[in-house]
Design a protein around this ligand. Structure first.
Ligand SMILES: O=C(O)CCC(=O)C(=O)O
Length: 283
């Protein structure tokens, strides 16, 4: 299908908390597994998020356990050695963040993308690549590979750029259409051999897949205030940060309310502190 490119400002699409998306974008999300939306949050709105983001990413929120970690290295890596900083579930730790402006606008867009059920926020995370960290890579994966099996898998994951995100600082990359593959690809813990049967996540949360020679990778650079949305099956990840600036991203994922209820019944909240037996509940 023809990819929707939307070079024009998205500002005219905002009306209060409503950001109008087009039927072509909705179709592209279904067919190719991703879309890019420009100028979703205003600069004033972004400024309301920045201090919270920096608070978490600089490790200033106490008591997070494994919810504050590096997505490119094992648990236990000292903070000064972090490269790809990950703070899970910020509004769980700081209720002041609940229903913030990004939550409200992303919920509005998720409702437009999902018409056959009710979408709700499942989890969120702050992700930041430190400057000049060539191996601050987010290994290629499908999000569903990280999650327990549920009947309905529908997901829309929003990645809001807090800094301009580009090829140099390791923007999101994806394989369009891989969301349509009949089988989920197999995932293994980073560092494990290709035939590893275990899904043990005790040492590191990060999973990887093998890429296919036919995979066509595209890059999804976005400006501050703009965002990408991807589904649960598209193969995606990001490369290291070769630039002398940070790449900062605020991720919020929406799933069907019944899926979220199923996850919670399994004890799965997307916290890295969850006590989950992966061998029993994985795909
Ligand atoms: O933004 C990135 O670098 C990767 C994020 C990602 O894989 C995700 O949100 O599922």
């Amino acid at each position: 299908m023809k990819r929707v490119t939307n070079p024009d400002s998205g500002k005219h699409r905002r009306n209060g908390l409503n950001y109008l998306i087009t039927p072509e974008e909705i179709e592209q999300f279904h067919e190719l597994g991703y879309i890019v939306l420009n100028d979703v949050l205003t600069e004033a709105e972004m400024i309301s998020i920045d201090p919270w983001f920096d608070h978490f990413v600089m490790g200033k929120e106490p008591g997070m356990g494994r919810d504050f970690c590096d997505m490119s290295q094992p648990y236990g890596t000292p903070f000064e050695d972090f490269k790809l900083v990950n703070a899970m579930l910020p509004s769980k730790y700081r209720p002041e963040l609940q229903n913030n402006i990004f939550h409200q606008i992303s919920q509005n867009i998720a409702n437009q993308l999902y018409r056959t059920g009710k979408a709700a926020m499942d989890y969120e995370q702050f992700l930041a690549k430190k400057p000049s960290k060539a191996d601050a890579e987010f290994a290629m994966h499908q999000d569903l590979g990280y999650w327990p099996k549920t009947e309905n898998t529908w997901t829309a994951t929003f990645s809001l750029a807090l800094t301009d995100s580009d090829l140099e600082n390791g923007c999101l990359q994806a394989v369009p259409g891989s969301n349509k593959e009949a089988q989920l690809r197999s995932h293994r813990p980073k560092g494990a051999s290709a035939d590893a049967a275990s899904v043990n996540r005790d040492e590191s949360h990060t999973l990887v897949i093998d890429m296919k020679p036919t995979d066509e990778i595209i890059y999804l650079p976005v400006k501050r205030g703009s965002l990408t949305i991807h589904d649960e099956r598209i193969v995606h990840g990001s490369a290291g940060n070769m630039a002398d600036n940070w790449r900062k991203t605020y991720v919020v994922a929406y799933r069907d309310v019944n899926t979220i209820a199923q996850e919670r019944a399994m004890g799965f909240t997307h916290s890295h502190n969850d006590d989950v037996n992966w061998d029993e509940i994985v795909h």
